[in-house]
Design a protein around this ligand. Structure first.
Ligand code: UD1
Ligand code: MG
Length: 449
């Protein structure tokens, strides 16, 4: 059965008190909406449509960086969740299949739950959950002997209806054909003057369609409305990610101090030390070790590699097997082939380093001339002396050697030694003489006072 997902993300999120649209606030290193999107993607839908409104341009930009296959519908005025869905439906002209409506600010609904929603036999199915807090301001699912009768918004509900603990998550699923008819029939005669998506249930009943609720745990339906809720969601996300990593066979020396992104992928028997932060798009292979206080983002660490302590891997850092990146080393947009060693206090950016090359302490690839970035390539089995400045664009051949403290501005051929520093000058006895002169001068000045 073909599936489409509509992701509602047009709301302002006024309670965030922010210039940034709510769905662009970060959770687990990625924009909030990316969580619902990732869960939806697990069902391999044919179509995904995001409804943008507030900050639509920024939302669209973030979206294209994450998932270029999502179509965007614009909701210029936020006239309610039903109205938001209506903006997406023209894009589904001719689409036959099921449609799931999901919310961009509801990150924790598991894909298994979405699957249960999609597979429900009823014509229209709503995702519900039981609340612990009877004061919670969610819409209430009112059931009768035939299934789900209607949904009543908290602000429109009677005391008796508010006493119902089965609440509306907001998510629902219906056939595209049915959804089009039901949305076309919505009216905005309610306390908020909005087109409520929730009214499609009563509409479905009136049309003789079957309706049902499937339920999930309340923790899945947690929506983000405030910064405090965002912080709580972050804590919940991290707790889950840590537990999952350990279940997947990753050693976390101090789980509570390790921070993951939504898409962090770590192989079995990798070891992650204390206070390690993973930004988005990091993969670490089996058996690699990330030592304490390291920060990784947009990089790949292969089997047997060791990183840190205190290392920073930035986007485009690719470490092959058995590479060693040590303390106070930053790697950006650089490929380090097998067995490369970069032990201490070094910056490698926009570079390619051949296998088993050793980079001495304090080396810098000077990749930026103030306007443009340039590349450095270093061949295999080379030896870069400590504190070499490699002024890019520059190439150092395989088996070549640079002297410590060299400023390398010209290519170094294979097997050559390059020294780019002033020749040393040594004056016997001069240090002692200089000190004596300075001490005499100090005494002279003291005598004057
Ligand atoms: C909605 C449900 C309520 C449910 C609750 C669960 C309706 C009428 N009510 O209420 O039953 O218990 O979610 O959290 O559906 N949005 C748009 N365009 C709009 C309005 C909203 O895109 O015009 C988006 C928002 O960005 C958000 C989502 O839809 O992602 C939900 O909107 P929100 O205003 O938070 O609905 P609630 O009042 O919470
Ligand atoms: Mg809400």
């Amino acid at each position: 059965m073909a599936l489409a997902v509509i992701l509602l993300a047009a709301g302002q999120g006024s309670r965030m008190n922010s210039d940034l649209p709510k769905v662009l606030h970060r959770l687990g290193g990625v924009p909030l909406f990316a969580h619902a999107l990732a869960a939806g993607r697990m069902l391999e839908p044919e179509r995904v449509i995001l409804v943008a409104g507030h900050g639509a341009e920024a939302v669209q930009k973030a979206l294209s960086a994450i998932d270029a296959d999502v179509e965007v519908a614009l909701q210029e005025e936020q006239l309610g969740t039903g109205h938001a869905v209506a903006q997406a439906l023209p894009l589904l002209e001719g689409f036959e299949g099921r449609v799931i409506v999901h919310y961009g600010d509801t990150p924790f609904v598991r894909w298994e739950t979405l699957e249960a929603l999609a597979e429900s036999p009823a014509d229209v199915t709503v995702l519900g959950f039981h609340v612990n807090d009877p004061e919670a301001r969610y819409g209430r699912l009112i059931e009768d002997e035939m299934g789900l009768e209607r949904i009543v918004e908290f602000k429109d509900a009677t005391d008796e209806e508010r006493a119902v603990t089965l609440c509306n998550s907001g998510l629902l699923c219906a056939d595209a054909d049915h959804l089009k008819l039901l949305i076309a029939g919505l009216k905005n005669e309610n306390a908020a003057g909005e087109y409520y998506l929730t009214d499609v249930i009563a509409g479905a009943r009136a049309m003789g369609l079957t309706t049902a609720a499937v339920t999930c745990d309340e923790t899945e339906t947690l929506g983000i409305n405030t910064r405090a809720e965002l912080a709580r969601a972050e804590a919940a996300f991290q707790a889950r990610a840590r537990a999952q990593a350990m279940e997947d066979g990753v050693t976390l020396s101090d789980p509570a101090s390790v921070y993951f992104a939504l898409d962090t992928a770590i192989g079995r028997d990798a070891v992650i030390g204390q206070h390690v932060v993973f930004g988005p798009r990091v993969t670490v292979e089996s058996g690699a070790e990330i030592l304490p206080f390291s920060h990784l983002e947009g990089c790949h660490v292969s089997r047997g590699a060791t990183v840190g302590p205190f290392a920073r891997l930035r986007p485009g850092a690719e470490l092959a097997e058995d590479v060693h990146v040590g303390n106070f080393v930053e790697i950006k947009n650089a490929i380090l082939d097998e067995g490369v060693k970069v032990g201490h206090l070094t910056y490698i950016g926009d570079a390619q380093v051949g296998e088993h090359t050793n980079i001495g302490a304090g080396t810098v690839t000077c990749n930026y001339d103030g306007v443009m970035k340039h590349r450095t390539t270093i061949g295999a089995h080379a030896f870069i002396g400590s504190s070499t400045m490699l002024v890019a664009p520059v190439n150092v051949g395989a088996h070549a050697l640079t002297g410590s403290g060299s400023v390398i501005t010209e290519d170094v051929p294979e097997g050559a030694v390059a020294l780019g520093r002033a020749k040393q000058v040594t004056k016997p006895g001069l240090a002692v003489k200089l000190m004596d002169m300075l001490r005499a001068e100090k005494a002279r000045r003291a005598g004057k006072q």
